[in-house]
Ligand binder design. Sequence first.
Ligand code: MN
Length: 262
Amino acid sequence: MKNLSYLFLLLPFSLLLNACTEPAVEQTEEIVEEIEAIAEEKSDAIPVVEIEAGAFELPSLNYSYHALEPSIDALTMETHYSKHHAGYTKKLNKAVEGTEFADMRIEEVLKNLDLSNAALRNNAGGYYNHNLFWEVMSPNGGGEPKDGAFKEDLMNTFESFENFKSVFSSAAGSRFGSGWAWLYINKDGKLAIGSTANQDNPLMSGLEISGFPILGLDVWEHAYYLNYKNKRGDYIDAFFDVLNWDAVEAKYTKFKEYKESK
Ligand code: MN
């Protein structure tokens, strides 16, 4: 009896469905359009994230959230950029408001800040580090640096590209907790690899490493955990597939030229 009443309940619905054949087709077309729109959105759209105006602006990405897949998944990119990086930018703006730092370039802020000022240290670092991070990745990245002064210096310093990769990966893999791995130009003008904790970087004064960063890799769990879970090593390997060597080389060249001009 129970089963029978169930059928009676279904009957009006099946009649309704038959009567609605035409709108159902329209509805299907709408759904197809929506799916196509999502697919299109996924193709090339450069994300736009607006934050309150302040001394520092959130720079736009050069690529869409999904552009670095499969190395970096779209959801990680979206969260990392629109939440974490935007958050550091907003908090940095709050920290510098009404202070001498509001009129400085971010590099000067980092060089001059007091390490005991946690709000400024964390957020100025977070702002600069992520600016650099997005810049040194590209959907067309990977491979090795092209021939030239930078590659020659890299080879002379680390003997081979494979050895460079291994030393850098080990700095990134062995950083305990949250932090960054760096390829930087040290005080003697030589290429060096190191890592720093939290949002610190080699531009800050008084840290264990000091110099000008030309390549940074974020090893905070927020940078990889959604896709790689606890496998930081797999994330580090995948980073090399999107590494934008042209951007790294451009930073190297610009810094060397600046030093020579002084
Ligand atoms: Mn990060």
